[in-house]
Design a protein around this ligand. Structure first.
Ligand SMILES: N[C@@H](CCC(=O)N[C@@H](CS)C(=O)NCC(=O)O)C(=O)O
Length: 196
């Protein structure tokens, strides 16, 4: 299997963490790409020009972290397989949304000052705060000993905030998640894949 990845992408990190937690890291060749370089083999794997994308030995291409985690879940005996817990699935969607919103904020803040739209930034910050507050309620359900899909997604979203948006004081509104994140971040899969 070939994984098209980028060292600082929180979406690619989700997949790399899942592979590591499943003990599959030796079975995957990681190809680090800059999505904006439009490398032909990357575009061939993902016409959206995004990472992550996974190419299977039979040539099948899987685009996006959600689909790739679904594939790993179904194909390998993942710790997050089992009966569907809809409330937990909703929290996973919220954690994915925090990642999307944080990426949107970083993109907006990277624009030249005169092109930035304060109204967009305020809205994204508002969404981030509200979603983080909602996620604080799962602090009692997550454990540093379990690396399920919710934990992996949360870790990558919060790690992205720390790395790219350190001014967002999420620990102040999410003390429970902050404690969990501190412990979960010491797992080998989190250490090996941390953005740097
Ligand atoms: N929904 C996708 C989002 C992937 C994504 O946005 N990846 C970013 C890197 S963090 C990317 O490749 N951006 C390049 C672009 O959109 O042109 C997923 O879950 O994997």
């Amino acid at each position: 299997m070939i994984l098209y990845s980028a060292p600082r992408s929180p979406y690619a990190r989700k997949v790399r963490m899942a592979l590591f937690e499943l003990g599959l890291e030796e079975r995957v060749e990681i190809r680090s790409v800059n999505p904006y370089d439009n490398q032909p083999d990357h575009l061939n794997a993902n016409p959206l020009a995004q990472v992550p994308a996974l190419k299977l030995p039979d040539g099948t291409r899987l685009c996006g972290s959600g689909l790739i985690l679904d594939f790993l879940d179904v194909t390998f005996d993942s710790p997050w397989s089992g009966p569907v817990d809809w409330s937990q699935r909703n929290h996973i969607v919220l954690a994915e949304g925090v990642m999307d919103t944080a990426c949107g904020l970083v993109r907006e803040e990277c624009r030249p000052r005169e092109c930035r739209m304060d109204s967009v930034i305020w809205r994204l910050e508002d969404v981030l705060n509200r979603s983080l507050l909602a996620l604080e309620r799962v602090a009692e359900q997550v454990s540093p000993e379990r690396a399920g899909r919710l934990e992996i997604t949360l870790c990558c979203a919060l790690g992205y905030l720390d790395f790219y948006l350190p001014a967002i004081a999420w620990r102040a509104i999410c003390p429970g998640l902050a404690t969990w994140f501190g412990a979960f971040s010491r797992r080998p899969a989190a250490l090996v894949t941390a953005p740097r």
